[in-house]
Design a protein around this ligand. Structure first.
Ligand SMILES: OC[C@H]1O[C@H](O)[C@H](O)[C@@H]1O
Length: 306
C-alpha cells in the first residue's frame, strides 16, 4: 500500500528522570538522549517499517537538527520528495521528561513544522497514495493548517481512506476547531486525555457519545494500560492491552498504534482485529527508547494474528 503522511518532524530531547520537577527545582537525569521524533516522522517511519511505500509531507529547518530528525525515516526508505526546507525557522524540537514506567511530560518548540508551505501542495500528490494519514498538529495553525486542509480536501475528493491522529498538544492548542476540519475522515484516533479534553466529557462513554452525536462514528481510542476502544456504528469494544514487560518509554507508542491500525484496516482487517494489532504495535514501540527506537515489522504483528 501507499500512504501520504502529513505531520510534524522533530528532534526529541529525552531526559529520563525519577519524577517531573516542581517549578524552581533542578533534578538530575539518569540518562539523556537526542532522537528523531515528531508524530508525522514517527507515523511515516512505522508505516515504512511495516513494508509500505510512504510519502512524508513535513518541514524542517536548514540546521544540523534536520539530519537527526530525518535519520530514521531515511533509513527505512520513506520518500521525502514532499519534504520542505525552511530558511527562516529551526527544525522543531521537543523536550521530553520520561519517568520510570515510561510515562512522560513534554515541552515542544514547533519551529518549521508549523510553516509547511501550502503553495507547494498539489492535489495530484494524493494520486500516488491509497490513504492519507494526518497528524492533527498540522491543523493547529499557521501555513501548515492550509496545507493540511487542502490535503484533506484532495483525499476526500478521491474518496480515499483518511486516518487522523489527534495528539494532546494539538487538542490543547486548537480544541474543537480541529473537528471542523476533520469531518468525514474515515477514522479518528486519539487517547483518553484527548477525547475528554476535546469533548469536555467527564467519562470515556460520555466523550464517545458526544463525538457520535457530531457524526464521528469511527473512532479508535487509546486508553494506555487498558488497551484501546474501537467504536463503529455497530457498537463499541474494549480490546485488552498486549502484555509487555520491558516498557521503557511511551514516546511514539500512540503513533505506532495509529500506523498499525491504518495498515491493518487497509489490509482488510475488521476494526476490532485492527485495534488488537495496533495494541501490540503500541506496546512494542514502548519497549524502545525514543519515538522511533522500536519500529514495528510485519513479523511482529503476525505473533498477535497467529
Ligand atoms: O507523537 C510522538 C511525538 O510527539 C512529540 O511531538 C514528540 O516529538 C514525539 O516524538
Amino acid at each position: 500500500m501507499r500512504f501520504f503522511v502529513l505531520g510534524d518532524v522533530s528532534v526529541d530531547l529525552l531526559f529520563f528522570v525519577e519524577r517531573i520537577p516542581e517549578p524552581g527545582e533542578e533534578i538530575p537525569s539518569r540518562r539523556a538522549l537526542m532522537k528523531p521524533g515528531g508524530a508525522g516522522g514517527t507515523l511515516a517511519a512505522q508505516l515504512a517499517s511495516l513494508g509500505h511505500r510512504v510519502f512524508l509531507a513535513g518541514r524542517v529547518g536548514q540546521d544540523p537538527f534536520a539530519d537527526l530528525a530525518l535519520s530514521r525515516v531515511r533509513e527505512v526508505g520513506v520518500d521525502l520528495r514532499h519534504l520542505q526546507e525552511d530558511p527562516d525557522h529551526t527544525t522543531s524540537s521537543v523536550l521530553i521528561l520520561v519517568v520510570p514506567g515510561g510515562e512522560r511530560a513534554m515541552v515542544s518548540a514547533e519551529g518549521a513544522s508549523r510553516y509547511l508551505d501550502p503553495a507547494l501542495f498539489k492535489p495530484r500528490y494524493l494520486d500516488q497514495a491509497d490513504a492519507l494519514v494526518l497528524s492533527a498538529y498540522a491543523l493547529v495553525g499557521g501555513p501548515s493548517r492550509s496545507y493540511a486542509v487542502e490535503a484533506l480536501e484532495a483525499a476526500r475528493k478521491r474518496e480515499m481512506p483518511i486516518f487522523a491522529d489527534l495528539g494532546t498538544g494539538a487538542v490543547r492548542a486548537a480544541g474543537r476547531e480541529l473537528l471542523k476540519h476533520l469531518r468525514g475522515v474515515s477514522w479518528l484516533l486519539m487517547n483518553q486525555t484527548e477525547l475528554l479534553a476535546l469533548t469536555g466529557a467527564s467519562s470515556l462513554s460520555e466523550g464517545v457519545a458526544r463525538l457520535r452525536e457530531e457524526g464521528f462514528q469511527h473512532l479508535a481510542i487509546k486508553v494506555g494500560a487498558m488497551g484501546s476502544i474501537v467504536v463503529t456504528p455497530e457498537g463499541e469494544e474494549l480490546l485488552e492491552p498486549y502484555p509487555v514487560e520491558d516498557i521503557v518509554d511511551s514516546t511514539g507508542a500512540g503513533d505506532a498504534y495509529t500506523a498499525a491500525f491504518a495498515h491493518a484496516i487497509l489490509s482488510g482487517k475488521r476494526p476490532v482485529e485492527a485495534a488488537r494489532l495496533a495494541n501490540l504495535a503500541g506496546a512494542l514501540a514502548a519497549t524502545g527508547l525514543g519515538a522511533q527506537g522500536r519500529l514495528i515489522r510485519l513479523e511482529d504483528l503476525e505473533v498477535a494474528a497467529g
